[in-house]
Design a protein around this ligand. Structure first.
Ligand SMILES: Nc1ncnc2c1ncn2[C@@H]1O[C@H](COP(=O)(O)OP(=O)(O)OP(=O)(O)O)[C@@H](O)[C@H]1O
Length: 593
């Protein structure tokens, strides 16, 4: 059932990508596939005609041979460019579909589940090869047509001769086994391949160069890459050797059978049971069977490759369908009136056994600024991801003004968010784009970008650049400028401030690279502007920080511990309660004294 679906997907993708070239090619391929055996039949007619001196049979023989030549010529000349077109269009189509499928999955789970990311990686890497799917499909059709024609002709001489193509299938089978083994070796070495790529990236990246040198890690890294590469090659070479041995043995058996068949037909002809034309037919057809099975054996790898690629592709499409969160179609509200509420929220990362968050009950009132604090791994970032709906909670609900976030269309919700993260992306683009990306629709709005730069306290960064907002960032470009960690971070913050009135602004340690004073100044300035905006839209700010001088400015502080909420309150109330928050605050305050 599934294999039928995969074949249908392969067929429909090929024909949808290039309907006309594929339709014409199919006809041409069929015509081409019957020419060689039919011409062989023509030769046998000619020989029989000459032997019996029958002009009409001679005429037939010559007519078939010439017609075959003409068909082969037209099919080759017209077919080649058409097949190339079909192949190119197919590759483009698969790439476009793939983008559609992956961007259609709204959450992050597919990046974090190794089984999904592996398949995604393989399909992405092989999308161009899948383009050959249309060619392989035509080849397959041609081969089937050719086989049927050859079988009918051989059977017409003597049914026993059908054993010859049957033996040929052993060769196809051995090629299939060997290709599956090679594919398995390839897939088994995928994790090593990814690790090697990652290590090479680390080794090449100038930003990691400093630590590598300080800790003398260069050689360690090289040794690790080398041993992983050796292991990866060993698996693949072993599989290729095994395939070579099996194929050699099967070919030997086929060669002996071929020789036996020729001897047998010649003996029958001498006994007057077959004609001379029959001997010629078998001689020529048997070599065609050899070529045909050899061709199939060689192409079996490609057929397998295409089938496997389409099977992964099919799996991804199904996965995307199951994870598309299509149920959520309600548009996000334009403003918040009561706020966001987490009700008994629990969450476990995909594939993980234990929950990272449990029993979270929390109200984020409209218009408020909330700070999340807690030790490393307490679950702060995870909570932020649930609010951004990168994941759905495993248990419980997130309610936005009473509406379940799961029923809100993810794109519509994201359009109302803005965010700044500690692990922000260093987009190596022109500065105005680096900032403007925070609100793509207003990227070319000079005033909006300028305002975001000032809100992100990045004016001094821009002023120090040779071409201000038009400066290219990144060392990879000849005129590109590299920034310090703190400077990059200010631009990332400016990007987070591009959307002026988000309903939810998520700031997950976006100022960790700034000094505490700069961070304090920035938030003071931000808080004043946020209050005005919040009064209009009810927008909520959620801030994750380890710096209590910043945290204390929040309206409400949420203290998290091991995936649960331990305390909630204002700075003063929590200090007065003299529990974990007070301990942490006093510890940090002492360090600064
Ligand atoms: N993608 C993931 N897959 C599986 N587990 C994860 C993933 N991301 C985080 N975790 C685990 O979830 C727990 C909470 O992590 P989270 O990043 O939410 O903590 P945090 O409070 O933000 O920590 P920090 O202060 O260090 O940033 C940790 O135990 C972490 O190992």
């Amino acid at each position: 059932m599934r294999s039928l679906r995969i074949f249908r997907l392969w067929l429909t993708t090929s024909f949808r990508a290039a309907p006309l070239p594929m339709a014409i090619s199919t006809v041409l391929v069929a015509a081409r596939a019957v020419t060689a055996p039919t011409q062989t039949y023509g030769v046998s007619r000619l020989v029989d005609g000459l032997a019996a001196d029958r002009p009409s049979t001679i005429g037939w023989g010559i007519g078939i041979i010439v017609a075959g030549l003409a068909v082969a010529f037209v099919a080759d000349v017209v077919g080649f460019p058409l097949q190339t077109t079909a192949q190119e269009r197919m590759a483009g189509r698969v790439h476009a579909d793939l983008l559609d499928v992956t961007t259609g999955i709204p959450g992050l789970a597919h990046h974090e589940r190794p089984d999904v990311s592996d398949r995604l990686e393989i399909v992405r890497e092989r999308a161009w090869r899948m383009g050959a799917g249309s060619e392989v499909l035509l080849w397959l059709f041609g081969t089937v047509t050719n086989t049927v024609t050859v079988l009918s002709l051989l059977g017409s001489v003597h049914p026993l001769l059908l054993l010859l193509p049957l033996l040929g299938t052993a060769r196809i089978w051995s090629a299939y086994l060997s290709s599956t083994r090679q594919q398995k070796a390839w897939e088994d070495s995928m994790p090593q391949e990814r690790l090697v790529d990652r290590l090479i990236e680390v080794a090449k990246d100038p930003r990691t160069g400093l630590e590598l040198r300080v800790f003398g890690l260069g050689q360690v890294l090289l040794d690790r890459i080398f041993s992983l590469q050796t292991e990866r090659f060993r698996r693949r070479v072993d599989a290729a050797r095994w395939g070579g041995k099996v194929d050699g043995a099967v070919r030997l058996v086929f060669g002996l059978a071929y020789a036996g068949a020729v001897v047998w037909v010649v003996a029958r002809a001498r006994a007057g049971e077959q004609t001379a034309g029959d001997v010629v037919l078998v001689l020529l057809l048997a070599s065609q069977v050899d070529q045909m099975t050899g061709g199939i054996a060689q192409n079996v790898y490609w057929v397998g490759e295409v089938v496997r690629s389409f099977s992964r592709y099919d799996w991804l499409r199904e996965y995307a369908k199951d994870n598309s969160w299509k149920a959520g179609t309600t548009p996000a509200p334009a403003r918040l009136t009561s706020g966001i509420e987490l009700r008994n929220v629990g969450f476990a990362y995909p594939g993980a056994d234990s929950a990272v968050l449990s029993g979270i009950d929390l109200r984020l009132p409209a218009g408020s600024a909330i700070a999340l604090v807690g030790e490393n791994g307490a679950g702060k970032t995870t909570l932020v991801k649930l609010l951004a709906r990168m994941y759905d909670p495993t248990t419980g609900q997130v309610l936005v003004d009473g509406t379940d976030l799961a029923s809100i269309a993810p794109d519509s919700w994201r359009a109302q968010l803005s965010a700044g993260f500690q692990d922000f992306v260093k987009f190596e683009l022109i500065v105005r784009e680096v900032v403007g990306l925070g609100d793509v629709g207003r990227m070319s709005d000079e005033a909006a970008v300028g305002l975001a730069v000032s809100r992100g306290d990045a004016e001094s960064v821009v002023a120090g650049l040779p071409r201000g907002l038009d400066t290219q960032l990144g060392k990879k470009f000849t005129d590109g400028v590299e920034l310090s960690g703190g400077q990059w971070q200010r631009l990332a913050l400016a990007r987070a401030f591009m959307r002026e009135r988000p309903l939810l602004l998520l700031l997950d340690e976006p100022t960790a690279a700034l000094d505490p004073e700069a961070e304090h100044r920035l938030y003071e300035q931000y808080a004043a502007a946020a209050k005005i905006a919040a009064a209009e839209t009810g927008g909520i700010t959620v801030l994750v920080s380890h710096r209590f001088s910043t945290v204390r400015m929040a309206d409400l502080i949420v203290v998290m511990h091991q995936g649960r909420i331990e305390e909630v309150g204002t700075h003063e109330a929590l200090l007065a309660a003299n529990t974990r928050y007070a301990d942490l605050f006093n510890l940090q305050a002492r360090a600064y004294r």
